[in-house]
Design a binder for this molecule. Structure first.
Ligand SMILES: C[S@@+](CC[C@H](N)C(=O)[O-])C[C@H]1O[C@@H](n2cnc3c(N)ncnc32)[C@H](O)[C@@H]1O
Length: 403
């Protein structure tokens, strides 16, 4: 069969048959599921007219606004976990006009969130459960918290010098929330709800950035067991210990050596020993020299992308100052593609745009090499994830032979 039939819909026909074939093979594998979603997006892009593109943005912005209303007024929380409820009864519980609730719910139902089994009667579905307390409600609120400042970006650029974007105390986010003069992290720390939502999001967003399936943590067993007086792993800026806890599954009990979680004091303070079993917490500012010397592993996940290159050089130099000849640094981040390819993962692009709000950016392999070089480090191996741009970059001190 001709793989590219002629005619105005040729590309669409090929994409649709490839998609149909891939769906037939689909067995529920999460990586395949992400690839299929991207192909479905590509099909949609091929079908859309320019006006459809604009309308999609309008529709999505309204859906997000409706969800914000339903989440913030606890409307979703008031819908029974099983069964259904009328908008009239919901209005009585949350003390908000019934039609406002029904209109917001109908809009999100059309986007697949909740169902309307009878007129003006609503029930939760699997998609709605994600927005409930204890699921990913904090992630949604974190997203909304970033959105207001996004809309102020034009005004930020109108009122700032170009170089201000690279100044840690002049981030677009801090400016937009009226806190110019402090860093992004100090700005979110000033509001307990924002700090909680940020840390919760980081601890639960494995779908945004996979943790496992790259560096083979179990392969460290022999080296660590041979010298358990050295710390096994130090996670620098590790949040609530999400990476170390995941590593414990492949490295039970840290192979008998210490596991240390480092972060800012207010991030670590709420964590109890039960939250991070077998992990020691240590307040540490990564703009100062690393105090844990000669560990087997130093981990920096999703931290370097929060900063531009000169700042990353400082952080990595502080880490390298503690490393011994067999210590390794594992950087978990994304490697930014050189050029956008339609139908590939969207995460690096939205993430990079989002990072602009806090003086950060995703980086290319060359940029990582530049950062490592000034710290006297070199790349040993890059471990890519099965899908997208996620990688673990294994690094060590340069040896006399390599430098
Ligand atoms: C984007 S989060 C990544 C968290 C975690 N590594 C992960 O991948 O989920 C960046 C982390 O760096 C921490 N951080 C920011 N500034 C810091 C500093 N000066 N010293 C230590 N940690 C810092 C933040 O509190 C936050 O937990």
């Amino acid at each position: 069969m001709d793989p590219s039939p002629p005619g105005p819909n040729a590309e669409l026909i090929v994409a649709a048959s490839e998609f149909a074939a891939a769906v037939k093979e689909f067995n529920g594998d999460p990586v395949k599921q992400r690839q299929l979603l991207k192909e479905a997006d590509r099909l949609r892009i091929l079908l859309e007219t320019p006006m459809d593109v604009l309308m999609k943005q309008w529709e999505m912005s309204q859906c997000i606004s409706a969800m914000n209303l339903l989440v913030e007024l606890d409307v979703l929380e008031a819908i029974p976990k099983q069964g259904s409820i009328s908008s009239k009864d919901l209005a009585e519980i949350v003390k908000v006009d019934e039609s406002a609730i029904a209109r917001a719910l109908k809009l999100v139902v059309i986007f697949g969130i909740c169902v309307e089994p009878a007129p003006n009667v609503f029930a939760l579905n699997d998609n709605a459960f994600v927005f409930l307390k204890g699921a990913a409600r904090e992630f949604f609120q974190f997203m909304i918290d970033q959105t207001g400042p996004f809309y102020k970006l034009p005004e930020y650029f109108r009122t700032h010098k170009q170089e201000d974007l690279y100044d840690l105390n002049k981030s677009p986010y801090a400016w937009a929330v009226g806190m110019e003069g402090v860093s992004y992290y100090d700005a979110i720390s000033s509001d307990p709800r924002k700090l909680h939502n940020f840390n919760f999001t980081m601890a639960t967003s494995e779908q945004v950035m996979p943790i496992m399936g790259m560096f083979p943590w179990a392969s460290m067993k022999e080296q660590v067991e041979a010298d358990t007086s050295r710390t096994f792993a130090v996670d620098i800026g590790g949040g609530r210990g999400q990476l170390l806890k995941a590593i414990q599954k492949e490295a039970p009990n840290g192979f008998g050596a210490k596991m240390i979680l480092q972060d800012r004091p207010d991030v670590l303070a709420p964590l109890t020993a039960e939250d991070i079993p077998g992990i020691e917490k240590m307040s540490y500012d990564f703009f100062t020299p690393q105090p844990v010397k000669n560990a087997h592993l130093y981990l920096i996940r999703r931290v370097l992308h929060d900063f531009y290159i000169p700042v990353c050089k400082e952080i990595v130099k502080n880490t390298a100052s503690a490393m011994g000849p067999t210590s390794r640094l594992i950087i978990a981040d994304m490697i930014m593609p050189e050029k956008v390819e339609i139908g590939t993962e969207v995460t690096p692009y939205w993430m990079d745009f989002n990072l602009m709000m806090l003086n950060g950016t995703e980086k290319s392999k060359k940029q990582f090499e530049e950062i490592l070089d000034v710290a006297g480090l070199e790349i040993v191996k890059i471990y890519p994830f099965a899908f997208g741009c996620h990688v673990n970059i294994e690094c060590r001190l340069k040896t006399a032979a390599s430098s």
